[in-house]
Design a protein around this ligand. Structure first.
Ligand SMILES: Cc1cc2nc3c(=O)[nH]c(=O)nc-3n(C[C@H](O)[C@H](O)[C@H](O)COP(=O)(O)OP(=O)(O)OC[C@H]3O[C@@H](n4cnc5c(N)ncnc54)[C@H](O)[C@@H]3O)c2cc1C
Length: 244
């Protein structure tokens, strides 16, 4: 069923702090907002399921539609993942809205080149009430209030520049790496597997690890056979350090 714009609008959460709130600590939140599904009741599919798009693409390679069944499609998809037949996985992509991540985090995320990216603009948006991230290590050392004071000083200076007529695009030079930056990404499934491999190891930074942990929890529901091997290893070890 297609949702009318009015209904859809009410489901979209505004995550930037409002005018009256001042600066505010934020937490990472990943939301799936789109995913590739087949045209329903086409010649090869009668369901809304990303994996059936992959099966159609894969069966095209071998012209094996006569062998198609739910069970054989699952084996086929697992085969593609295992043997690196990744061009098939590129036919599906997912779109995630990521809120509460710092600019430090998004700078790492945008280094992945095979994905669509749209990010909150610091030129256009007023950052006078920016959200920010406090690393757990700083909290553990009891240094949160010093940290927050510096953040608040930056906010005051930012507003001072604005009041002096400086545009947002120049006032933003004061903003810290901790500032939150909302971002939407659309990687395909092949790129997602690659990103999981890099960003779910203990070598990756904690924020980007948390982002991909949440993405994996989402993807295991929507494309279980594409991400099962990754998910199982992650659940067992809490990382993908030894994932082959
Ligand atoms: C733990 C860790 C630490 C890092 N530290 C740093 C750092 O200190 N400094 C820094 O600058 N970066 C750092 N990075 C970022 C890293 O160098 C990559 O830019 C980032 O991980 C993106 O991954 P990627 O290049 O594999 O590929 P993506 O952009 O995700 O592309 C996927 C794959 O496509 C292929 N590909 C894409 N584009 C090309 C191309 N132009 N030519 C050939 N093949 C291509 C490659 O096989 C690539 O692996 C770090 C990453 C990690 C995970």
């Amino acid at each position: 069923m297609i949702m009318k714009f009015k209904e859809r609008k009410n489901t979209m959460k505004q995550k930037r702090p409002y005018e009256s709130e001042g600066v505010k600590e934020m937490k990472m939140e990943v939301e799936l907002i789109g995913i590739t599904v087949p045209v329903p009741f086409s010649s090869t599919s009668n369901e809304y399921n990303s994996e059936s798009v992959l099966a159609t693409a894969g069966r095209t390679c071998y012209q094996s539609f006569d062998k198609q069944s739910e069970k054989s499609d699952i084996s086929l998809i697992k085969h593609f993942c295992l043997f690196g037949h990744y061009s098939v996985l590129e036919h599906c992509s997912a779109t995630f809205r990521i809120m509460g991540g710092s600019r430090t985090f998004t700078h790492q995320l945008v280094r992945h080149r095979h994905q669509g990216i749209s990010q909150e603009s610091q030129r256009y948006c007023d950052e006078g009430n920016f959200g920010y991230v406090i690393p757990r290590s700083i909290k553990a050392k009891g240094m949160t209030s010093m940290y927050s004071e510096v953040i608040n000083d930056i906010r005051r200076a930012y507003i001072m520049l604005q009041k002096a007529g400086i545009k947002n695009e120049d006032a933003r030079f004061l903003l810290p790496n901790a500032v939150c930056s909302e971002i939407v990404i659309s990687p395909n499934f092949a790129e997602l597997r690659h990103m999981f491999r890099l960003r779910l190891t203990t070598h990756a930074q904690w924020e980007i690890r948390e982002c991909f942990r949440q993405i994996l929890e989402i993807m295991i529901t929507y494309a279980p056979n594409v991400f099962k091997d990754i998910y199982e290893q992650y659940k067992e070890y809490g990382n993908l350090n030894n994932f082959k």
